[in-house]
Ligand binder design. Structure first.
Ligand code: LER
Ligand code: MN
Length: 275
């Protein structure tokens, strides 16, 4: 398991992303704060200079673990379940560009907010079928680029379907994707799961990515989420992926960043920290 921080070229002050600014500034600060891995939230991979990003990551000894993709749902309304087939197609092409950015690292491309929301009057079965059809296309593309799709399990206030790990397991098993795994998030698990450690153990090898934040979306250690239980369960299932900090940069970016790392390192054994 590797602890990853998060960055984006731009984000609202309260968005759950640690560093904001140029890739150069983000990577320099992340390295200085002690990180070796990062999740980048990118609005449009077709609009960035990928080679410059890869070079900047290398210059600062950072591995790209994952790409956060949700911004385009809010800016352009793209989603994998939009009733308009042309929008679903545009969303798939948009996600393919993220896979090209992720390719050298075999990183996880996150399918979180781009799942979309259920329109009023839309049947959940239709919504889930559209999601499965779109994910099938993404799964084939993920094979081509050597990346993994992280299907994020989100709480009922932010997602209308697949709110629990068990629901995610059933969905993945029913569809038989080859490169699509479950993406867990401590904030969502805290709301939806009855026994978090047990649910993670049931997910087992299907779990491909993890977001960490305390239950109030501040840095781990700020509130009352039981990170020991989650880390122990991830260790027990031999999870070797990233623990990416999807946290609000409070009280300020550098404090949130440094306290996250020291708190998590204090909870993790050397064996857990081995990648
Ligand atoms: C997306 O990764 C997610 O977890 C959202 O709840 C964050 O706003
Ligand atoms: Mn998340």
């Amino acid at each position: 398991m590797i602890i990853a921080t998060t960055g984006a070229l731009a984000a609202d002050p309260g968005d759950p992303i640690v560093y904001r600014g140029s890739y150069q500034d983000i990577c320099a600060q992340a390295e200085e704060d002690g990180y070796r891995a990062i999740e980048m939230h990118i609005e449009d991979s077709a609009q960035i200079d990928r080679r410059a990003l890869w070079q900047t990551l290398a210059d600062h000894n950072l591995r790209l673990t994952s790409i956060g993709t949700g911004a385009v749902f809010f800016s352009r309304g793209y989603s994998l379940t939009n009733p308009d087939a042309a929008i679903r197609k545009a969303c798939i092409a948009h996600m393919e560009a993220h896979m090209q950015t992720a390719q050298p690292y075999g990183a996880v491309v996150i399918v979180g907010c781009v799942q979309g929301r259920l329109a009023s009057g839309q049947a959940p079965e239709t919504f889930l079928q559209r999601m499965a059809d779109s994910l099938f296309h993404l799964d084939v593309l993920a094979e081509k680029y050597g990346v993994t799709i992280g299907l994020e399990i989100m709480n009922r206030f932010e997602s209308d379907v697949l709110n629990t790990i068990d629901e995610g397991i059933a969905f993945l098993k029913a569809n038989g994707f080859a490169h699509t795994k479950l993406h867990l998030d401590t904030v969502h698990m805290n709301i939806e799961e009855t026994r978090i450690g047990d649910a993670i153990r049931r997910g087992g090898a299907l779990i491909g990515h993890v977001h960490l934040a305390d239950n109030d979306r501040w840095y781990p250690g700020h509130a009352h989420y039981d990170f020991s239980e989650t880390l122990r369960a991830l260790y027990d299932i031999h999870y070797t992926g990233a623990l990416a900090l999807e946290i609000k940069p409070y009280p300020d970016v550098r404090t949130a960043s440094r306290l996250s790392l020291s708190y998590l390192q204090g909870l993790m054994t050397p064996a857990m920290l081995q990648v």
